[in-house]
Design a protein around this ligand. Structure first.
Ligand SMILES: [Zn+2]
Length: 79
């Protein structure tokens, strides 16, 4: 699994809806990848914040912002 795939499965992961194989693969990646741990952490906190008010999934635009932030990190690392 790479960072893009982690982002793709992120909401399912946080919702506890990943199947066991995917879950294991994703958590193995998280152990090795600081960037994705931060993304997961931030997103989980964002969701918890929203859940206190109303039971909504990720607000619109969050996924796009995460994608953009991750792309920036990856390109910086590659530079
Ligand atoms: Zn990663």
């Amino acid at each position: 699994m790479n960072c893009q795939e982690v982002v793709r499965w992120l909401t399912d992961y946080l919702d506890g809806e990943l199947d066991a194989t995917l879950l294991e693969t994703l958590e193995a990646h998280l152990r090795d990848c600081d960037d994705c741990r931060i993304v997961v952490d931030t997103t989980r906190k964002t969701i918890e914040l929203y859940c206190r008010c109303e039971p909504l999934p990720l607000p619109p635009g969050v996924r796009e912002r995460l994608d953009a932030a991750l792309a920036r990190r990856l390109s910086q690392r590659g530079a």
